[in-house]
Design a protein around this ligand. Sequence first.
Ligand code: ASP
Length: 435
Amino acid sequence: MNASADSTTNPETQADSRLQWQIAMGFAGGLAAGLLAYTFAGGSDWVEAVVTYVTGPVGQVFLRLLFMLVIPLLFSALVVGIAEMGEARSLGRIGLRTLAYTVVVSSIAVAISLALVNLLRPGDGVERATADAMLAEGRDGAAGIVAASAESESGMAQLLAIVPTNVVSAMSENDILAVMFFALFFGIGLLLVQNSSTHVLKQGFEGVFAVSMRLIGLVIRLAPIAVFCFMFNLAAQFGWDLLVKLAAYVGVVMLALAIQMFGVFPLLLKFLAGKSPRDFFVQTREASILAFSTASSNATLPTALRVADTELKLPPQIARFVLTIGATANQNGTAMFEGVTVLFLAQFFGVDLGLADQLFVMLICILAGIGTAGVPGGSLPVIALILGSVGVDPAAIGLILGVDRFLDMCRTALNVVGDLVAAQVISTVGSKTSN
Ligand code: ASP
């Protein structure tokens, strides 16, 4: 969970950028091949056969490998995240403030993104019959994964279901919110009992986290092929419409991120921290540029710490605490991105999400902002899982994989600037109240 464990060091950065190129090529190749198939042989038997027997299953294998790792990854990330918060016991009040700040500001972020998707509806207008057919196909393929989550309950029952009666069945049913609840609860338990056994247990969870991250890294290497297959399937069935929808989706994500960055953050800085937003953005630019280029909050942590110290001149103890926790737990950009993506894909595939479902998505995104690893593409497995639990075919994630890298760079910049805003606000509020 700490910066040194999974940050993108040099050889990794090189491999990472090579992989990004390969994914981009897979995206462009699959899109071009799919559009050709759509234009010249749309609906023909051989295109159907390729989708059913080749590109469809290959994409499914990739997704299944990702799914397999989500529960161990999410669970260990949350447990260790919470346990780490408490390690700085002496910083108890700051810990509480950080937690409250994270929940409130993440809620604002997610609310903005959900409002925008509902207002602008970037995924609407896709030909229903094709989308339904595709959704049905995908659902068969991913039956084992989404079976239990498709029929969602409503109202009070949904709220109650957040507290699982049996964590093993919650896991086997991919009931993500219930699993997250248990993980948070378990993390608190780990905080309360601090002896040599729980210390070992916590290290064990750190190990599970490290192993899951490594395995996800291996699976992600298959992404170029999987992205080719996803894009081929989608373009062969949706044609040119797909490009227009994708552009609208990217536009909405960017707009949501921009509102948080240039609307909400300046207000927080000005009114809570009494700091000129302009000065703040200038002083933190080194960290935001690095976050943008590495797409990893964890990799940017050392720079963010230095910026907080030398540029913002924040008290080191507070900055260190808030930024270290924030690199994993306070991810406004990620929470926003996950909210927009899930609703966009639901619109695209004609899954109607009512108010209760949307509130559910909102809650998961706020928690997911805490549980998502601060590494490139950290959101992807989480999104796949949320999709499954609101009844959208998880294979739908293929639609956005090709544009994910750019959006990852943008949302990571927001994540890191958001952490620095948090450090600035909490330092100022803290010094005011202790005076
Ligand atoms: N790349 C993001 C980060 O490191 C996480 C994600 O949203 O994928 O902050």
